[in-house]
Every structure is written in structure tokens, then in C-alpha cells.
Design a protein around this ligand. Structure first.
Ligand code: NDP
Ligand code: 8X3
Length: 254
């Protein structure tokens, strides 16, 4: 049953990977889209493609979620009320241990994965609360459930997404607004290329000899979570590829 048709969703980080595929699957369900990311050209390509393929409106806004003022300008510019906020924009930078990692990488991860997500939740949740309807879906990670060596700050930001999701649900307790989190394991997207600063070989090694998840696997779950009946609030979903059993247990065929 499609309960999503005619709704309006913001998807952050919709220029690639999980956000892009989520936007596509939402559009296929008849959801009007407001898509964000920093790469304006990609947003324009996606808008054109989705408007050609689907009977939905597609608005775009290119800005950096690390910039609180830019987030505010974006939300102030919205003319429609928002039914679904998919807080997906995020990244990892490097795999250096705590005694070697760069402050810049740490700040980028904290400012994007935590503060960007918080800014948009802060700015969109008042209208959801006032209308007594809406759904905030945060993209966390299995790294938000289990920390691993080389992921000190990435894991911390995703543990924070878990804490933010739980506290946001509690802040909105007694309203009809839903709050959920999605926690994927290894998904082959641009994620590892971003993490390794464009080093394609290092990125490919992350998924070598195993079958990782793909963006579609996660997007389908995001749409499933959004499409539950209004009284059902899925708090979290942990999704591994079958070859992965923990952050470091990955079965590879050499
Ligand atoms: P991609 O690199 O493919 O996509 C990331 C998206 O986030 C892009 O659209 C990018 O857009 C956007 N983004 C990154 N930084 C910013 C920023 N500062 N401001 C605005 N947008 C930004 O990675 P994934 O699709 O894999 O990642 C999506 C989410 O899923 C992230 O939160 C990630 O942590 C999480 N995740 C990923 C997993 C994986 O293995 N791939 C596993 C678990 C969770 P642009 O560059 O245009 O700004
Ligand atoms: C991304 C998955 O294992 O690289 O959240 O942390 S992992």
C-alpha cells in the first residue's frame, strides 16, 4: 500500500549514493522532492531526469550542511510544508588512529554528520510539531553501534546520530511526528572514494572479494520505514551485507 503519494520529502545528500537512490524510489512512489547537496550541476541533472521520468515536482538547493546560515536560508526559502526529512548527507574522512588523525578531518565529519543533521532537524521539526505530522529519518551507520580502530571520529558521529535520533523522538513524544534511523554496514557508493580523497584503488579494496550492499538496498528500507502506517515508528534498522558480521568481520573470497 502506497501511503506516500503526494507527500513532500527533503533528501539531503541526494547527488550520489544512498540519498540519490532514495530520492529516485520516493519519486517512483509519487513523493515531491526537495533535493540538496553541494554539487549544483549534479542536482540539476537529477532534477531533469526525475521530472522526465516521474509525475512529481523536484526542487533543488545546493548548500553545505555544515553552514548553519545556509541551512537556515534554505529552510526559510521553502514554500511547501515538509512531510519527510531524510537526513542522509554525511561522510567519513580518513582511517587514521586517534594519535595521528587530522583535526580538519575530524571537524569535517563532526560538522557534517552531527551538526548539519542537527541544524536541519532543528529548522524543520517546528513545522512538523505544529502540523502534528511528519517523519525525520536519520541515516546513521553500523559504526553508530560498534566503534572500530581507524574510525574514532566517524564512529563517534554515528553514535551521536543514534543519540540524536533517540532524544529527538523523546522531544517529540506525545506528537504524531515520527523519528527513525537507518544503520547500514558496507554499502558501495562514493563513500570510500570520499574517505580516501579520491584514491579509487584504496576505495575498491574496501569491497574487494565480498558482495557489499548497494544504495538500492538501503533506499528500499528508507522507503519501507517512511511508508509504515502513521502509528508505526521504526526506531532503527541495522543492515549488513551477508558477508559482514561486525565492523571488522568481513568474509572475503581471495
Ligand atoms: P556518498 O559519498 O555516495 O554520498 C554522500 C552524499 O552526502 C552526497 O550526495 C554528498 O553531496 C552529500 N554531502 C556530503 N557532505 C556534505 C555537505 N557538507 N553538505 C551537503 N551535502 C553533503 O555516500 P553514501 O551515499 O554512502 O552516504 C550517505 C550516508 O550514508 C552518509 O551519512 C554515510 O555516513 C552513511 N553511510 C554510508 C555507508 C557506506 O558504506 N556507504 C554505511 C553506513 C552509513 P555533495 O558531495 O554534492 O555535497
Ligand atoms: C560506513 C560503514 O563500516 O565504513 O558507515 O563505517 S563503515
Amino acid at each position: 500500500m502506497n501511503r506516500l503519494k503526494g507527500k513532500t520529502a527533503i533528501v539531503t545528500g541526494a547527488t550520489a549514493g544512498i540519498g540519490l537512490k532514495t530520492a529516485e524510489l520516493l519519486a517512483a512512489e509519487g513523493v515531491h522532492l526537495i533535493l540538496t547537496g553541494r554539487r549544483e550541476e549534479r542536482l540539476q541533472e537529477v532534477k531533469k531526469e526525475f521530472e522526465d521520468r516521474f509525475d512529481v515536482s523536484v526542487q533543488t538547493a545546493s548548500f553545505d550542511v555544515q553552514d548553519a546560515e545556509a541551512c537556515k536560508t534554505f529552510v526559510d526559502s521553502l514554500s511547501s510544508s515538509i512531510d519527510i526529512l531524510v537526513n542522509n548527507a554525511g561522510l567519513a574522512k580518513g582511517t587514521d588512529p586517534v594519535y595521528e588523525a587530522s583535526f580538519d578531518d575530524w571537524n569535517t565529519m563532526i560538522d557534517t554528520n552531527m551538526k548539519g543533521l542537527l541544524y536541519l532537524s532543528r529548522l524543520i521539526s517546528p513545522q512538523m510539531r505544529e502540523r502534528n505530522t511528519g517523519h525525520i529519518i536519520n541515516v546513521g551507520s553500523t559504526a553508530g553501534h560498534e566503534s572500530y580502530a581507524g574510525g574514532v571520529v566517524y564512529s563517534a558521529t554515528k553514535h551521536a546520530v543514534k543519540a540524536i535520533t533517540e532524544a529527538t523522538k523523546k522531544d517529540l513524544h506525545g506528537t504524531e511526528v515520527r523519528v527513525s534511523m537507518i544503520s547500514p554496514g558496507l554499502v558501495e557508493t562514493e563513500f570510500s572514494e570520499v574517505r580516501f580523497e579520491g584514491d579509487k584503488e584504496k576505495a575498491a579494496n574496501v569491497y574487494k572479494g565480498m558482495k557489499p550492499l548497494v544504495a538500492q538496498d538501503i533506499a528500499e528500507i528508507i522507503v519501507f520505514v517512511a511508508n509504515r502506517p502513521a502509528h508505526v515508528n521504526i526506531m532503527d534498522t541495522i543492515i549488513y551485507p551477508v558477508a559482514q558480521s561486525s565492523a571488522t568481520m568481513v568474509h572475503r573470497n581471495e
